[in-house]
Design a protein. Sequence first.
Length: 364
Amino acid sequence: MSTPVPNSNEKPRYVASPPLVYIEPSGKSGRDLPEQIDFDWLRQAYQHMSLIRALDKKAVALQRTGQMRTYPSCLGQEAVGIGTGMAMVDADVYVPYYRDQATLYLRGVQLKQILQLWGGDERGHLFDGAAKKDLPICVPIATQLTQAAGAAVALKSKGVKGAVVTSCGDGATSRGDFYEALNVAGLWQLPLVTVINNNQWAISVPRQMQSGTPTLAQKAVAAGIEGVQVDGNDVVAVFDAVNRALQKARSGKGPTLIEAITYRLGDHTTADDATRYRSASEVSDAWQREPIKRLQTWLHDHDAWDATREQSLHGDIKQQIERAVADYLAIEPAPVDDILRYQYADMTPALEQQRAWLLQRHGG
């Protein structure tokens, strides 16, 4: 946790500890891995991240060819979502933001549903399995955080031994919703874990222009809660931090704020062109720290991965992506009156009139 020290003007400031890291950017071990992490776990994490990156690439291609709407790439940030998802259990509740494809997948959301959502079909939010009680993807910045706090209130009041996990980007930490959610979580000691995906860019605003705090994790201090900073390109570090925070939350010991430091290797969305505001050299440098190659190197160095496994994985991923795309493209459009059918348990006379007009005009 950050420690207050006086500066030359004798005003309080906070100096953070170095970010938690287990596997260095070079692929070498920075410290002993947590005891629950073995070769099988690491191979699984590698496979999950590789699948999400392939899905991400295909989603961008679908948008570019007019088969999907605006899409927010998670390229380079796979370790944040996979590390978070692998730490969660079914009893937990997830409140995602728009760049959370990886965690949604681990919560049981089908790949075709993720494509369906970004194709503009809200039926993709009909989650099943562990995700059935999770909230839908939230696009308005930071508004999911207060919803997550509310869900945490519900769990605590009902005595449920689970926790709420929510996430946001670095830009969201400048919004009022962010501070409001942290404040009530700290005040009421809610079972809430908030993960900041600090990918260094809030659309075109760089991290250093976003906040005057040396770290985003130390914003937890104002709420009286624990703040942790991790290397967001190290899936083990993300998992360990989220796992510890969840154990604490589930046992009634309060919330945690986690800042995962990563980098957005792609555009903000497919409606963006990041070459207008950041240099090619910056992006090239960030590629040297990306999470998948890092873990692959570690596995190779420990004789836990080889070319045969890699080839087999690529074949499996290719089949999964092709099947997901085919299933997505085969989905029939929603009935035209779907926009009105779920406003109330019983449709009002005014909505009935609008529904009749829609059906007469557009059929259905």
